[in-house]
Design a protein around this ligand. Structure first.
Ligand SMILES: NC(=O)c1ccc[n+]([C@@H]2O[C@H](COP(=O)([O-])OP(=O)(O)OC[C@H]3O[C@@H](n4cnc5c(N)ncnc54)[C@H](OP(=O)(O)O)[C@@H]3O)[C@@H](O)[C@H]2O)c1
Length: 354
């Protein structure tokens, strides 16, 4: 194996991406070195690159979602071996504002951010999963003390499957990556009705995941909230806003019951929010490696291969971008311009030409 690899490097805040030859890292004691066969693009990548969000340590490499093959294991690693196909998540460290990203051909991952792939998935499908799924799971099911979470019992935990039968849930942005996973989790948890918003051309897809009602996302926030309440038969105890822009926040907040849980994915002000309200607002944090998520993440990862194998959780649809890592920038522009609908953009780093 060559000691050098290609990586998309961001040398300074606000970029640009530079394709460079860099060293292949050595895995630490609790890490596995993965040859990345597919990596998916996320909105956070363009926000870090184009508006300077979150990351302050440079040079760095972006990218959160990957799938590939283990090529070396650290000395303390027991559960993985060379040749294992794995799904893995890059991470951002909120303490030192550093990024550890997947837009490269090889990466060392801590084992808390890795899970074996089920045999029914392609690398591209597998790479669509980590961040969307984690961002749905943690703010709803993480039971850790102090976690920003509704603290429900997850469907893979004792007594969790179907536990919330006949309770309504409202998921704004059902066709986003996070929204697609949240609909599937809601189905496993037994929620009914499962109400979501999207462009109506995505209705059949979302119903195939378990949504029972799809509201046109172009309606006014007041109308969206009113329709959701009518379908649910009243205000709703669990509302997940997978988009968290002004209109969705307004609609989601209005539809949440007085002591209900309202999950948001961005730290934006909520129009009409009442400081004296007892509604519980939880800001999602979708990284497995962050300490508050580790125990919950470990439980999920222990069950994830089986959930994927059985089709209980399905990956996002994907679109493969040409050019390997050279395809990332064009994809990030499409994400920034809202030109991506119900599909995850994926590249194959090993296809990057010299
Ligand atoms: N807090 C965290 O830890 C965390 C983690 C991951 C992501 N995020 C954030 O979560 C957001 C979603 O991420 P993602 O990767 O799931 O997004 P994504 O898949 O790229 O979202 C694309 C989808 O958003 C839908 N959409 C756009 N505006 C909408 C609106 N006003 N109402 C309903 N749907 C709308 C579109 O639906 P249609 O095509 O049906 O119109 C499209 O299918 C991003 O802002 C991201 O930065 C936060």
């Amino acid at each position: 194996m060559s000691s050098q690899q290609k990586a998309l490097v961001v040398e300074t805040k606000l970029g640009p991406h530079v394709l460079k030859n860099v060293d292949v890292p050595k895995p630490g004691a609790d890490e596995v070195l993965v040859r990345i066969e597919a990596t998916a693009l996320n909105p956070a990548d363009w926000k870090i690159l184009y508006i300077g969000m979150l990351v302050d340590k440079f040079p760095t490499t972006l990218g959160f979602d990957a799938a590939g093959v283990v090529v070396e294991v650290g000395e303390g690693v027991k559960d993985y071996a060379v040749g294992d196909k794995v799904i893995a998540q890059g991470w951002y460290d909120p303490v030192d504002h550093s990024m550890h990203g997947t837009f490269q051909q090889f990466m060392a991952f801590p084992v808390d951010s890795v899970v074996k792939m089920s045999s029914n998935l392609s690398f591209e499908e597998a790479a669509t999963i980590p961040s969307g799924l984690a961002t749905a799971v943690f703010p709803v099911y993480n039971q850790a003390e102090g976690a920003p979470s509704a603290k429900l019992i997850a469907p893979w935990e004792e007594g969790g499957l179907g536990k919330y039968a006949n309770k309504p849930i409202f998921i704004l942005g059902g066709s986003s990556s996070i929204g697609q996973f949240m609909i599937q989790l809601a189905r496993l948890s037994g929620f009914a009705p499962i109400i979501t918003t999207a462009s109506l051309h995505n209705s059949d897809l979302l119903k195939s995941f378990g949504a029972t009602h799809v509201i046109d996302r172009t309606l006014s926030p007041e109308t969206v909230a009113q329709q959701a309440r009518e379908i649910a038969g009243g205000l709703i105890d669990l509302v997940y806003d997978a988009i968290s822009v002004t209109d969705t926040l307004a609609a989601g907040y209005q539809a949440t019951s007085p002591q209900g849980d309202f999950v948001v994915v961005l730290p934006e002000p909520i129009p009409g929010a009442d400081a004296n309200s007892q509604k519980k607002v939880h800001l999602a944090h979708g990284l497995f490696h962050t300490p508050i998520n580790r125990a919950s993440g470990k439980n999920l990862l222990a069950k994830l291969p089986e959930l994927l194998e059985k089709g209980d959780i399905k990956p996002n649809r994907y679109e493969l971008l040409p050019g390997g890592l050279r395809g990332v920038d064009a994809g990030l522009l499409r994400l920034r311009n809202n030109q991506v609908s119900a599909v995850k953009l994926v590249v194959r780093p090993q296809d990057t030409s010299a």
